[in-house]
Design a protein around this ligand. Structure first.
Ligand code: IMP
Length: 436
């Protein structure tokens, strides 16, 4: 039997999913994105060369691998073309290897304006979005007025009506400027023509591939704590980044997912607003930010940094049914005299061990830490678990215990090669069973 796995973020995003997906890709024939949009930024280093991908799955860097953008993704065609053109300049041809769901919704040119406006109107309560128009595009989708890729390729009159109505709704919201629907319509037609060769019934493609025993990797963007339903609402993105999004965002049944790998950093970061219980300030935060290069891949914003939070990862493990963790950026902690793991919260003198839905409680939560000794011997580039400093091994073992999930992969640097895949782990079993 083939083994299809989902790889998704177990914290607030930027866990290093891009690298993990990239290193696992040679074992898969297809990599499929199921949600989000170009708010994501996956940074991958191959032989020292940096690639930042926003929409196209990072599997594209591997010749022969098919990459899919599912119906759960919102697509800004301009962003997609820019990325495809950049890949082309780097010698990576996407034709025949990039498939885009006909049911995916579009981010229209004015969705970005609406995103910025909605943030401005929230004032103090702003979300800190990436201003890419993601939220407004999903709003139109759920409001049943969205425009899908398939709509660009069929009845032109129906499309014209949709565009006219959408643009006039925009004009009712943004009164300072008036947008003419016609150029938007013309542009959309041109976009549709460029995308036409990529447009596919993704659900059908995947079901045929799975039936043939080909292996598929489902690639998440953002992360569980940014999930619209299970994240720190309203400080979340507008899609289901957790495992449920795989089924709805690609049209695959739950039984097509045979394993779920959560990606978690050896510490915690978050970009944008909203509670972050283990957040650090001062020198230690700066130290993590600088050595971890914690600046947004999409927006360049400095990321907020804190200690590893096992309450968060335990919660993620439950929501997603995580089979294993890929623990990333362990090397960033190299040289610290001590390291801390948050094992619970204290809220109003009560001990809390489960992640609260009420943001007031989360904001008031005082992390309860266990302190472990740091390590002097660098973990950077280590590829064998037993070669890690004993203190680093102890940190990982304790982190596994309190998170309730094993670390199958430990990443010790940004390059593909700087990775430990632990023997006897879920990932080792999945890969042993490989039949691409
Ligand atoms: P949006 O997805 O642009 O609407 O932003 C909503 C929230 O999700 C904000 O806090 C963003 O900073 C956050 N966010 C969106 N994409 C990413 C990502 O790829 N990594 C980390 N945070 C993200």
């Amino acid at each position: 039997m083939s083994t299809n796995i989902a790889v998704l973020g177990a914290q607030w995003g930027d866990e290093g999913k891009g690298k993990i997906v990239d290193m696992l890709t040679p074992h898969f024939s297809t990599v499929a994105r199921y949600q989000g949009g170009h708010n994501a930024g996956h940074t991958v280093y191959v032989h020292g060369k940096k690639f930042v991908l926003h929409l196209v799955p990072s599997g594209i860097l591997h010749p022969g691998v098919t990459c899919i953008i599912g119906n759960g993704v919102v697509i800004d065609p301009q962003a997609l073309f820019k990325e495809v053109d950049e890949l082309g300049r780097m010698g990576i041809d996407v034709d025949g290897r990039l498939l885009v769901s006909e049911k995916a919704h579009l981010i229209l040119p004015y969705h970005r304006e609406l995103d910025v406006l909605s943030e401005a109107r929230r004032g103090e309560r702003k979300i800190g979005t990436t201003s890419r128009g993601i939220g407004p595009a999903y709003e139109d989708k759920i409001g049943r007025r969205g425009i899908r890729i398939v709509d660009l390729l069929g009845d032109r009159e129906a499309l014209a009506t949709e565009v006219r109505e959408n643009v006039s709704a925009r004009n009712r919201i943004i009164k300072e400027t008036t947008l003419d629907w016609r150029p938007v319509y013309d542009q959309l037609l041109a976009y549709g023509e460029r995308m036409r060769p990529w447009v596919t019934d993704v659900s059908l493609y995947l079901s045929q591939n799975v039936a043939e025993g080909k292996r598929v990797m489902f690639e998440g963007a953002q992360a569980t704590l940014l999930d619209i339903d299970h994240g720190t609402y309203p400080f979340v993105t507008s899609s289901n980044a957790s495992v449920g999004g795989v089924c709805t965002g690609l049209g695959v049944p739950p039984r097509a997912i045979h394993g779920v790998l959560g990606v978690a950093k050896a510490y915690t970061t978050r970009v944008g607003e909203g509670p972050l219980p283990t957040e650090l300030t001062g020198e230690l935060a700066d130290r993590l930010r600088e050595s971890g290069q914690e600046y947004g891949a999409s927006t360049g914003r400095p990321r907020r940094c804190g200690w590893y939070d096992a309450v968060v990862v335990r919660y993620s493990a439950r929501i997603n049914g995580l089979d294993a963790l890929a623990l990333t950026k362990l090397d960033v902690l190299d040289g610290l005299p001590e390291v801390k793991i948050c094992v619970g919260y204290k809220v109003e003198s009560e001990q809390v061990s489960e992640f609260p839905a009420d943001l007031r409680l989360l904001t008031a939560a005082e992390p309860q830490y266990e302190t472990l000794p740091g390590w002097v011997k660098p973990t950077k580039g280590v590829t064998d678990f037993n070669a890690l400093a004993v203190e680093a091994q102890r940190y990982i073992r304790r982190l596994e215990e309190v998170s309730g999930v094993d670390c199958a992969i430990v990443s010790t640097g940004s390059d593909r090669s700087e990775t430990i895949v632990r023997k006897e782990s879920a990932v080792a079993r999945w890969l042993a069973d490989s039949r691409v």
